[in-house]
Design a protein around this ligand. Sequence first.
Ligand code: SAM
Length: 248
Amino acid sequence: MISKKTDFGYEKVSPSEKTSRVNKVFSSVTNDYDLMNDIMSFGIHRLWKRFAVNISGIRKDSCILDLAGGTGDITKLVYEKLRKNGHVTLCDINENMLNHGRENLINTGIIKGVNYVRANAENLPFRDNSFDFIIIAFGLRNITNKNAALESMRKKLKYGSQLIILEFSKVTISLLDRFYQKYSSKFIPKLGKAVAGNEKSYRYLVESIHMHPNQEKLSEMMEDAGFKNVKYHNLSGGIAAVHRGYKI
Ligand code: SAM
């Protein structure tokens, strides 16, 4: 059987190769991931993440899935909003990232009301209709079959509940775009080499940003997966965007 090729950065590879290479990338960046995020974005990723969590309308008793949650930034922010009855599940396909996330959270005293699940977003191992919110931050572009993942997320949300996607997107200001293209393609891989000794993985991360669907295309994909009332907010001139949609 001939399998359809997919993007791994600028390369075309088989779906199974993409999943395995993405996994290798995240295993190789785990230890420097938090530091590199702060350096690459000048700390701005923290504001974007806070914005995404703040506009979601999470309640004290919400049941939340932090999908592709990695080192746990979103879980940490969500946890601030939950009280005794709320619950957050940190789910990631990569064992190293998940373990690092668990350690980070435990070290900040976040223990009760959090659980950890290693799983592929394309086929989530949860009961249908079980989450009040699913938040996926900077994860979607790394997923091999994004449509399958969106469909799986919709299944696992309760009716009336919301999916929030925070992801890199298309810059809408041309001067900023010119600067950003240069900064991301030339500077970030060099930074990856200097700080983490890992140019290759950071080159993939930049290429994956360039290949990711723009705001309109992602809205369309969400609608095709059955999400209603899909809206997005650009952040920092479209460097990132928060998309939201409902299961109705
Ligand atoms: N959400 C965290 C954040 O914002 O800092 C981590 C984002 S990190 C750029 C992307 C994460 O997506 C990685 O931890 C990676 O292992 C995870 N990932 C990639 N493909 C996945 C998949 N198919 N299912 C679940 N997680 C996946």
